[in-house]
Design a protein. Sequence first.
Length: 192
Amino acid sequence: MRAADLVLYSGATKGAEAEFGRLAETHGVQEVNFTYEGHPNARSRGIHELSQEELLRGDVSLTYISRLLSRNYNHKGETFRKILQTLFHIIVNTQEVFVIGEIMDDMTVRGGTGWGAEFAKLCNKTLYVFDQERDAWHQWDSPSSAWVRLEGESLPRISAYHFAGVGTRNLKPNGHAAIEELYERSLTELPN
């Protein structure tokens, strides 16, 4: 595996996604940033603006999302729907998913990013979340339906050619460091 063979799939949004992209570029990793018309992109590299037809392929019922995440998203507007549709495309194109955010008491992830994490679970993708509040990486363990805290040698590494980097717009210093260290652990010894 070479760094140049890897592809980050993300959404070009400010915060965690922009940082995943910036560091991908620094390390020679390819980028595909799914976006939609009118979205304020924080990244310009690897932009793929989803057509209306592509967005509809990722459509999901807000009632279903509300029930799955134990929150009410039915009042959210068209922009929120497009974010969910974009997350669909990010997740289906990858084998493993890295999320920066916060794990809630009900085992879901806070915010719109929560749909990306839940969809990754539904698709049986390898899923990691760096919880900025707990200052730790966690991996979803499907058999036990629980988050497992990772430390030391078990900290995540990018091991799939196509991986997702998504998360909160409110990236904290520890979230920034988590992304940087993820790339360093995974790619430092790989050729470009």
